[in-house]
Design a protein around this ligand. Structure first.
Ligand code: 5AD
Ligand code: SF4
Length: 373
C-alpha cells in the first residue's frame, strides 16, 4: 500500500486521537484521486492491524418476503402486489444452516420482511433452538428481522441468537420520515437498538448510501451515530433503484448516478473503518449489484464480512429488494464458489470455522458473547 501518511489530509487525521465532525466531512468529501487512494490505504492499514486481513462468511438465509412495512425504496414493501409472497419452512431454514455449518461458515444470518405476529415469533424461536441443536451450538446466529418488542428480542436471544442487525437506514430523522410511511417511527427504531444492546446482543446497524436528498452532512452524522451508539457491526449498502417502488420512480438511475452511489458507499466503508476501527463491516451484496467487482472493492475499502446467500434457489427471485440482485439464478454452491474466487483475488483469506466476533464486542462484553465455532 502506498504511504498514505504523505497525503496532507491523512497526515493531519493520523495525528488526532478523536475525529471531529469536520474531519469526517473532509474525508467523505475529498474528491481528488490521490486523496481517494490515501483514504483507502489508511482504512486498509487500520483493518489489517485491528481485524486482520481475514474475511468472515455469514450465510444469508432469506426466510420470507412477507412484510408488514412499506418502505418507499424496497421491492418487497407490503403494498407491492406484484410480489409472490413466500415463507421458508423450518426444515428449509435448518437445512440451510446445516449446509453453512458443514462448509465451516462461522455463522448464519436470518433475514426476512418484518412480521411480528405471535405465530411467527414462536416459529423463529423454535427454529433457532433447532439450529442450535443440529449444529451443536457451534454455528453463530445473527438475526435481521426488523423491529420487535423487547420481549421478543429476549425470547430469540434465549433461544440462541447472539447478534442482531437493524439498520437505522438514515440517522436524519427528517430523511427517515420522507422514506417511510407515517406509521414508521424513527424513535421506535432507536428504542429497538437500545433494547438489543441491553439484552446483550452484539448490535449492528447501518444506512443506505446515495439516497435522493441525502447530503454529505447526513452521512457524516450517520458515522457519528454509529460511534455514539457504540455499535459492533456496520452494514452499509448503496441505495439501488427498485423500479416498482415509489422512490424508484423518482430516483436518478443513470450509470453516473450508480457510479456515484458505489463510490460514496466505498468511501463510507473506509471512513467507518478509520473511525470505528475494530468493528465488523460488511461488504454488502448491493455493492455487487452496481459493479461486478463491488464485493472485492468493499474489502479493499475496509470491510471484512461477506454474506453468501444460502437460501434455496427457487426462492431467490421472490426476495428482490432492488434491481439487479446478484446471484439470483445461482445455487448456494455456485454462489459460494464465485465468492471464494473473488475473495482469493483480493488477497485475503477466508476464516473458515471461526465465529469472527468483532474485537469491539469482545472488549465490551469481556468475551461473554464469544464462543469459538
Ligand atoms: N437498495 C438497497 N438496499 C435496500 N434495502 C431495501 N431496499 C433497498 C434498495 N432499494 C435494504 C434496507 C434494509 C435491508 C434489509 O435491505 O437497508 O435494511
Ligand atoms: Fe420490509 Fe425491510 Fe423492505 Fe422495509 S426494507 S419494506 S421493513 S423488507
Amino acid at each position: 500500500m502506498p504511504g498514505f501518511r504523505s497525503n496532507p489530509l491523512l497526515r493531519a487525521i493520523a495525528r488526532k486521537t478523536r475525529l471531529e465532525r469536520d474531519d469526517i466531512l473532509q474525508l467523505l468529501g475529498a474528491a481528488d484521486a490521490a486523496t481517494d487512494d490515501a483514504i483507502r490505504s489508511c482504512a486498509y492499514a487500520v483493518k489489517t492491524s485491528e481485524v486482520a486481513r481475514k474475511v468472515y462468511f455469514r450465510g444469508l438465509a432469506e426466510l420470507g418476503n412477507i412484510c408488514d412495512k412499506n418502505c418507499s425504496y424496497c421491492g418487497i414493501r407490503s403494498s407491492n402486489r406484484e410480489v409472490e409472497r413466500f415463507q421458508l419452512t423450518r426444515e428449509e431454514i435448518v437445512d440451510a444452516a446445516i449446509w453453512a455449518h458443514q462448509r465451516r461458515f462461522g455463522s448464519i444470518i436470518l433475514q426476512a420482511g418484518e412480521r411480528s405476529d405471535s405465530q411467527y415469533i414462536g416459529f423463529v424461536e423454535g427454529t433457532l433452538r433447532e439450529i442450535r441443536l443440529r449444529t451443536n451450538g457451534r454455528l453463530g446466529i445473527t438475526l435481521s428481522l426488523g423491529e420487535q418488542s423487547a420481549a421478543t428480542y429476549e425470547r430469540w436471544f434465549a433461544a440462541g441468537a447472539h447478534r442482531y442487525l437493524l439498520r437505522i437506514e438514515s440517522s436524519n430523522e427528517g430523511l427517515y420520515a420522507n422514506l417511510h410511511p407515517s406509521d414508521h417511527r424513527f424513535t421506535a427504531r432507536l428504542r429497538c437498538l437500545e433494547a438489543l444492546r441491553v439484552i446483550g446482543y452484539q448490535v449492528g446497524t447501518g444506512v443506505l448510501v446515495g439516497l435522493p436528498g441525502q447530503t454529505l452532512d447526513d452521512l457524516a452524522d450517520d458515522l457519528i451515530f454509529f460511534r455514539d451508539n457504540d455499535v459492533d457491526m456496520v452494514s452499509m449498502g448503496p441505495y439501488v433503484v427498485r423500479s416498482a417502488t415509489p422512490l424508484g420512480a423518482i430516483a436518478e438511475n443513470t450509470p453516473a448516478a450508480r457510479t456515484r452511489r458505489l463510490r460514496l458507499t466505498l468511501r463510507m466503508i473506509s471512513v467507518a473503518r478509520i473511525l470505528l476501527r475494530n468493528v465488523n463491516i460488511t461488504s454488502t451484496t448491493a455493492l455487487q449489484a452496481l459493479d461486478p467487482h463491488g464485493g472485492e472493492l468493499g474489502l479493499m475499502a475496509g470491510a471484512n464480512i461477506v454474506m453468501p446467500n444460502v437460501t434455496p434457489l427457487q426462492h431467490h427471485r421472490h426476495y428482490v429488494l432492488y434491481d439487479g440482485k446478484p446471484g439470483v439464478s445461482e445455487t448456494p454452491e455456485e454462489t459460494l464458489s464465485r465468492i471464494e474466487t473473488w475473495v482469493a483475488h483480493s488477497g485475503e483469506s477466508i476464516a473458515y470455522g471461526e465465529w469472527g466476533d468483532p474485537p469491539h464486542a469482545k472488549s465490551r462484553t469481556g468475551g461473554r458473547a464469544t464462543v469459538a465455532g
